[in-house]
Design a protein around this ligand. Structure first.
Ligand SMILES: NC(=O)c1ccc[n+]([C@@H]2O[C@H](COP(=O)([O-])OP(=O)(O)OC[C@H]3O[C@@H](n4cnc5c(N)ncnc54)[C@H](O)[C@@H]3O)[C@@H](O)[C@H]2O)c1
Length: 411
């Protein structure tokens, strides 16, 4: 039985903990917790029956000694480097949320120390573990389709999701998170690099924050939606998105009140109070957001193979779409349907269905990364080829930093 400590008890941390508790209770156990939010520490500590001596609200106390075999680091983007270094110095194997760091020197330092200490650092590039992308990789690797010539990939964020996370939420500003290409699309650039089995040699990017700006605020729209906004039918009306949307229209935002209130059990009044005082009630045209709402990256890989990636806030649903052209055929797919269509130039076409039920987000991939990490700890993981070890993820992080650097050349 392996023991696990967790720092960061937000959406991601509690998601992973649930898989350990439900799916792997014979192989692993959560034994220590840390979060700056005392309510979360108390509630979750109680739920997981963790000794109060192993429940912390101060990271310095938590990192005073080693409390488990491995650690899940699920704090915010800018904490990952600091928490990884503290954990490595104590001898923990690490599962850390993406992005590792926007500073490539920090990523390289984590890689170096992990190697010196013979410790695993696995970065949560969960998409690689999904049925959809692992089938895509299998088709590229073993499908007899030849060499990749081009990849056209899209991340369609969905307008309401963008407004929640990148206009009002924790990832709205570069300085408190990272540029959106890193925060949201490090998965996509990782997938592209993984499919190409190489790091991009040249990178160019264009993008902007064009729509969610003060200039586009409707006349008379107040700072908060809850301050009597006269605009009818605004798709970003916070009260609608988080409280009143009818079931058939409601997005997951309505069902995640904890993000707004910080409480495990929130009443309607708690949510309304949070909209009156917190960031999620602010008009989407009057927030202090600065991350791009659309961006494209053009990458040249060895042997003149090319790839593009485009992110956009301006879509109805959130999903990814990919078109790969290879010397003997093409693969076309999207995560909305989970379908991968293969056209072979010899006329043999086939459609692969990688998901039969629509699960929210990438929950199936989240479950699989935890399964894989626990098997790694227990020495039972058969194939290490596609594990998202730190060294496998640094090339795509570096590509993103170069894409952002390239923007300075035309800004
Ligand atoms: N792999 C993925 O697909 C994926 C998806 C979403 C988010 N993420 C990443 O996961 C990370 C966490 O995201 P989230 O949505 O769970 O955020 P969250 O805000 O819900 O959770 C973060 C938690 O960390 C706690 N925290 C902050 N500072 C702390 C500190 N110094 N010590 C201890 N706890 C601290 C907060 O109180 C909060 O509970 C982010 O880096 C995010 O970019 C990854």
């Amino acid at each position: 039985m392996k023991t696990i400590a967790v720092i960061g008890l937000g959406s991601r941390g509690t998601n992973y903990m649930r898989f350990v508790r439900i799916l792997h209770k014979k192989q692993a156990k959560i034994v220590a917790l840390c979060d700056i939010n005392q309510v979360k520490v108390q509630e979750i500590g109680k739920k997981y029956k963790i000794d109060s001596a192993n429940c912390f609200t101060d990271e310095n106390e938590f990192f005073k000694e080693k409390r488990a075999d491995a650690i899940f680091i699920c704090t915010q983007d800018n904490d990952h480097y600091r928490h990884c270094m503290a954990a490595l110095n104590l001898g923990y194997h690490i599962l850390v949320e993406k992005p590792l760091s926007y500073d490539i020197d920090e990523c390289l330092e984590i890689e170096k120390v992990a190697k010196e200490k013979n410790l695993y650092v696995v970065v949560c590039h969960v998409l690689r573990y999904s049925n959809y992308f692992s089938k895509m990789k299998d088709l590229v690797r073993n499908g007899g389709l030849g060499e990749i010539m081009t990849i056209n990939h899209q991340e369609n964020i969905a307008n309401f999701h963008f407004a929640h996370s990148y206009v009002r939420g924790n990832w709205r500003k570069r300085e408190i998170a990272t540029p959106i290409l890193m925060a949201k699309c490090c998965h996509d650039i990782d997938i592209i690099s993984w499919l190409m089995e190489a790091e991009a040699e040249q990178v160019q990017s264009y993008g902007a924050l064009s729509y969610f700006t003060k200039e586009n605020a409707p006349k008379d729209a107040p700072y908060r939606c809850t301050d009597g906004c006269p605009v009818k039918d605004c798709p970003y009306n916070a009260e609608y998105l988080y409280v009143t949307a009818p079931l058939h229209k409601a997005t997951w935002l309505k069902f995640s009140p904890r993000i707004l209130t910080g409480k495990a059990h929130s009443t309607k009044k708690d949510v309304l109070d949070a909209l009156k005082t917190g960031p999620y009630g602010v008009c989407v045209y009057r927030s202090d957001n600065d991350v791009f709402d659309h961006q494209s990256v053009l990458m040249k890989f060895p042997d003149n193979r090319v790839a593009t990636h485009t992110l956009s806030a301006f879509t109805d649903k959130f999903y990814r779409k990919t078109h790969i052209t290879l010397t003997n055929g093409e693969i076309i797919g999207d995560t909305l349907t989970g379908k991968l269509t293969v056209h072979r130039f010899n006329g043999k076409n086939k459609v692969y269905r990688t998901s039969f039920i629509q699960l929210p987000g990438h929950i199936e991939a989240d479950a699989k990364i935890i399964k894989s990490f626990i098997a790694l700890l227990n020495g039972t993981l058969q194939n290490l080829d596609d594990v998202t070890f730190v060294s496998a993820t640094i090339p795509s992080h570096r590509t993103i930093v170069r894409a952002e650097e390239s923007i300075k050349s035309w800004e």
